[in-house]
Design a binder for this molecule. Structure first.
Ligand code: F6P
Length: 525
């Protein structure tokens, strides 16, 4: 077995944490800083080009030690070891969880006696060859013209990761224009297609299952639009697929050579490192794409080898559990101070909430504690002018990750300094508020004591982005282990899909009497 199945609330450390919480929760962050002049350095972790400041969190050394005892009781270290080799973490779907193999530098990772690294390298070689020829212009559209536009058709993990990375790394982008079609919203599809030249556009249908209703519907409509514009053999040169379901993709009309395989041991929301990232490789070129993967691999190594005291994903997960299960906070915010990271929050929402939004433990028992908090956020400074009033003077505890970069990408240091001054100011205002100051206007009092972590990174590069995303992926894993849940299935998304099929039938039928829902009646009439 790769993991323990213990209810965390039944451990000795949990009980001790409960007691410990009673003392720590009464101490203001200002008092913590006053009591320890070196608190900033004592609670910061350096890793490569990252500097992570945990000092503005409402915890102490003892909190960390108690969490480490909890992790030991729940066998976390052993689970981390197993996470990088054949495992049964996704036991409800009888699948291994091995997305880390996609960026591994090991020569061999075995699964059912087969070395999966070989297949991974074969697919990478195919990605390299294809992206090089599209970017260089050697690969031509049906009319002999060079490809100018790429459209990624996919949803959920087959959209959010590639979209986040392509937008985050725009600074490194080549001449290809990258578009994303995910929603089944026909209006959006119209908007995208209306500006695309079919003879120079390449469509990538990305669907692990190749059965996802939204993706197949969009792909089918796009295919119709395409063949109406360009007849004959053109379709074959303009459509490729990424999937585990080769048969279904072929049935759709994609040639086998144009199918980039993936595997069931890669969860959709962890798949940007696989051929699902084809749009990324096309957008920034294969070498930069490799840099992204190498960055993630450096974070993997850190997660595997660093002590729990210095282990970023572990410390970040401890904090989430501290906030959710002891402070009873039900939300977490992520605020990157970079417009390039505009799509980070939706990406994290899927990866965390689809993974850890669970109410049944690994024994199949209903659990009696909260799991994944709601994740929300937006880019700074915009967030300050939108929802952050509530952080400062609302009634909720909102633990926040602030993410910033030491250097801008376009050499505009003047703007960058103002941007970053705002980030630092927010962390201070949230932590200390007007604590200890004599304010006679109650409307202008800031209680402070809002916890935050600051993740400071030298520069936004493919490599640093890879590290950041892998750190969050591993945080999901640690939370799942400690909450005793399976982070790698997502049965919760099925019911709505099933119901929608029945509702579509009702919308399409003409029998007035059979329409029992007021909403449907209003919709149809
Ligand atoms: O929303 C459910 C889900 O299965 C996600 O986990 C996944 O990322 C998405 O749908 C898309 O699935 P597929 O890649 O199979 O089309």
């Amino acid at each position: 077995m790769s993991f323990s199945k213990i209810n965390p609330k039944k451990t000795k450390s949990w009980l001790k944490l409960k007691e410990h919480y009673k003392q720590v929760s009464t101490i203001h962050l200002s008092e913590m800083f006053a009591a320890d002049k070196n608190r900033s350095s004592n609670f910061s972790v350096g890793f490569d080009d990252f500097f992570v400041d945990f000092s503005k969190q409402r915890w102490t050394r003892e909190t960390q030690q108690l969490f480490i005892s909890l992790a030991n009781e729940l066998d976390l270290k052993n689970s981390i070891r197993n996470y990088f080799r054949e495992n049964e973490f996704n036991f409800t779907e009888k699948r291994a969880v091995l997305h880390t193999a996609l960026r591994s530098k090991e020569e061999s990772v075995l699964l059912n006696g087969k070395n999966i690294i070989r297949e991974v390298r074969d697919v990478k070689a195919k990605i390299k060859c294809f992206t090089n020829s599209v970017i260089s212009g050697e690969y031509k559209g049906a009319n002999g013209k060079k490809i100018t536009d790429i459209v990624n058709i996919g949803i959920g993990g087959s959209d959010l990761g590639p979209k986040l990375v392509c937008n985050a790394l725009k600074h490194y982008q080549n001449h290809l224009n990258i578009h994303f079609v995910s929603n089944i919203d026909g209006d959006h599809l119209y908007e995208v297609l209306s500006v695309l030249p079919p003879e120079t556009t390449l469509f990538i249908i990305v669907s692990k299952s190749f059965t996802t209703a939204e993706t197949i519907k969009n792909a089918t409509s796009i295919k119709k639009w395409f063949v109406k514009n360009l007849e004959g053999e053109a379709f074959q040169r303009h459509f490729v697929a990424v999937t585990t379901n080769i048969e279904q993709a072929e049935e759709f009309g994609i040639e086998r050579d144009n199918i980039f395989p993936m595997w069931d041991w890669v969860g959709g929301r962890f798949s940007l490192w696989s051929a699902v990232g084809l749009s990324i490789a096309l957008s920034i070129g294969f070498n930069q794409y490799e840099e992204l993967l190498s960055g993630a691999q450096i974070a993997d190594k850190h997660f595997k080898e660093a002590s729990l005291e210095e282990n970023l994903p572990v410390l970040m997960a401890f904090l989430t559990i501290w906030h959710v299960n002891f402070f009873k906070a039900d939300q977490e915010a992520v605020i990157p101070y970079s417009q390039y990271l505009e799509d980070l929050v939706p990406y994290l929402q899927q990866s965390f909430m689809e993974s850890n939004g669970k109410n049944v433990d690994r024994n199949g028992e209903k659990i009696n504690y909260h799991t994944c908090p709601t994740i929300f956020g937006g880019v700074g400074c915009n967030a300050q002018h939108a929802f952050m009033q509530l952080f400062h003077q609302g009634k909720h505890l909102i633990p926040t990750d602030f993410i910033g970069f030491c250097n801008p990408l376009k050499a505009n240091k003047e703007h960058h300094n103002v941007l970053m001054a705002n980030l630092f100011a927010q962390t201070e205002a949230l932590a200390f508020g007007t604590y200890g100051k004599n304010i006679d206007n109650s409307f202008k009092i800031f209680n402070g004591n809002q916890p935050s972590t600051t993740i400071l990174i030298k520069k936004l590069t493919p490599s640093s982005l890879g590290k950041l995303l892998a750190i969050y992926e591993h945080k999901i894993f640690v939370e799942g282990i400690l909450w005793n849940i399976n982070s790698y299935d997502q049965f919760g998304v099925e019911l709505g899909k099933e119901l929608s099929r029945g509702i579509i039938e009702k919308i399409n039928e003409n029998n007035e009497k059979q329409r029992e829902s007021l909403l449907l009646n209003f919709y149809k009439n």
